[in-house]
Design a protein around this ligand. Sequence first.
Ligand code: ACM
Ligand code: ZN
Length: 718
Amino acid sequence: MKLKLLFVLLFVAQTVVATNTIPAVNNEENRNGHFTITPKTALVYNSTVRDVAMYLLEYIPFKQILSSNKTMPGDIFLTINRFMDEEEYRLTIDKNNIRIEGGGYGGVFNGVQTLLQMLPSEIYTKKCRLPIDVPLCEIHDSPRLAYRGFMLDVARTWLPADRVKRYIDLMAYHKLNKLHFHLTDDEGWRIELKSHPEFATIGGFRGGDSPVHPRYAKFGEKWGGYYTQEELRDIVAYAAQRNIEVIPEVDMPGHSKALGAIHPDILCNFTPNTASTNGLDIRNVWCAAKESNYAIIEDVIKELSEIFTSEYIHIGGDEVDMSQWRQCPDCQRLKHERGLENESQIEDYFIARTTEILARYGKKPAVWHEAIDGGSLPKTTRVYGWKSVKLCKHSTERGYPTIVMPGEYFYLDMKQSDREEGHIWAAIIDAKRIHSFDIDKYGFTEYQRNNIAGIEASFFSELYIANHPESNDYLDYMLFPRLCAVSEIAWSSKQRSWDDFYTALRTSHYDRMQAMGIAFRLFTPEVVYSDGKLSASVDDGSTLYYTDERNGRETRYTKPIDCRTPEYISFRSRYGTAHSRKTGSAEYLRMLTPPVTVTSSMPCSTKAPLTNPAKYTNSIARTTRAAKSGDWIEYRFAEPISCREIVVQTGHIHLRRCLFLAGYTEVCYDGKSWVRTNELSDGGAIIRPTAKIHAVRVVATTRSDAENNVVIGPLRIR
Ligand code: ACM
Ligand code: ZN
């Protein structure tokens, strides 16, 4: 009996280890027994993969390490097998040796990542002690897609180099091999240039005395940074050791407000109308007709090509505000002289000129997909399909090598459930939704499929700056486990079911991510209130806690709670570094929608009138100008209401934009007079009324942010 139990346990331990890697390996054969890595084990490597050996040495403290093409029993051997594809590998663990052979550097590196996942999760802390037993197996594996990417936007929210390197490590653990590095945008320029130092030294900082106006948060301070060329080279080398290519992006000709603010000469030749922006110039598009601009672009590309080793440089091309070219006599002359039919063809011209420059430095262009609208870009242009699956298909149909990254599956700045921080324009996206992405389901033809160059997830960071960007917590929470699901569908051809993937996630990968130090997201607990009892549950082994919001005290949840006031009790689950979002019973989550009339001192667009926020849906009112000190918005209830809290937010609901920069809220308890309650923080406040209230008012004490309108949303009343 005992023996049988032991056998069952051994069998379970063994199969769990090999099948629970993320991403899933494609072919595996598990055997009985194990190989023991001891202090005497030598790491032997073929000289081509010396850097992989040095990498592995950081995780396993080998005492002996040597370059050789021969191994002895007891060794771990890393070698090249020239009959394999570049990223293909075979990991063989038998009684005598661990052997990883790969077609190239990347193959061996991928094999090392699989080996790490088969070791105790503490391996990722780099403090694991020997000996370690590894189950015997043979794994033969290769990627489904050659391009498995992640885009990080460090332009909207600045991240120092060491933190970028941390995300490179986390990508490498998941066999992601392309870092698309979004280095410039309206909010900042992050690349040191020797030819134009002010691009970074001035354009890398927004707010304070910088000509770049603050956006999205931290309005009261000068904030930002940039990478020196030495740091960028270090990032490229660090990534290369981890089998990751860094593809830099300079987003042009649109998305260039930061640069335009310090170099207005790159912009078009017209005087902008600033009546609605309190005098601010918010133009952000390079003039396509200025020869001097192409000279600047050449300076930029020359320096980029000396730093970045990638075949492609991403030159942007998205969301160009063509009205700026329409108002520019020089761009219009260019259009007529060249017989261009529309402004999209002006963009083609701009990209063709930039492509010529790239070619002089041995680089190819990559662009966001709307850049192909003009119709003439050569098929050597790599296209990043971001808006929808449909448009990804369109790009593949036209013959462009396409990176599939439709927002509706791969934009990790989208919220992960209805009640979390995040954008909503593409979809609500959790790891399960990403895992369900299936090229076949969308009916790509074989021709279209052959033009899919890869899959990429992106993190645009305009929300991050309002969410403690000095800490990793928010970004980790937004990326994991969603990036795990991205890695699975990009790497594995096995098409493991969600249940099997989720099992691997919670039974093995949660512990690995713990050891990797990731503050990842847990799925939301279920909470039910019934017969005066509040009960909560999770299905992932995490621990539940509840908080009485009246005193803020958090208590471990062990059994259903007798409770008359479920509207005050929130729940959260935790698993070491990870946590779920805050949730509660239907009573806790319920929003009140009492009849209300909204008025304002500011005129509103007829398309987005003040009757919109009174409906308590997602629809907003939009003013026709920026706010000035003294402007106000009033919400008056038909009947006085009682509630736990009222969230007031000027600006977009999660995005700190089009909002009151400073001001206060006041409430009316008696139907006549106002009691000042809160100072605004990032355009909003949470009011906790002390009695029934008749009305709420928000009053601006300075101008609003650098936009030409203010967004007025509904109150959120609980
Ligand atoms: C993009 O999201 N504008 C590429
Ligand atoms: Zn122009």
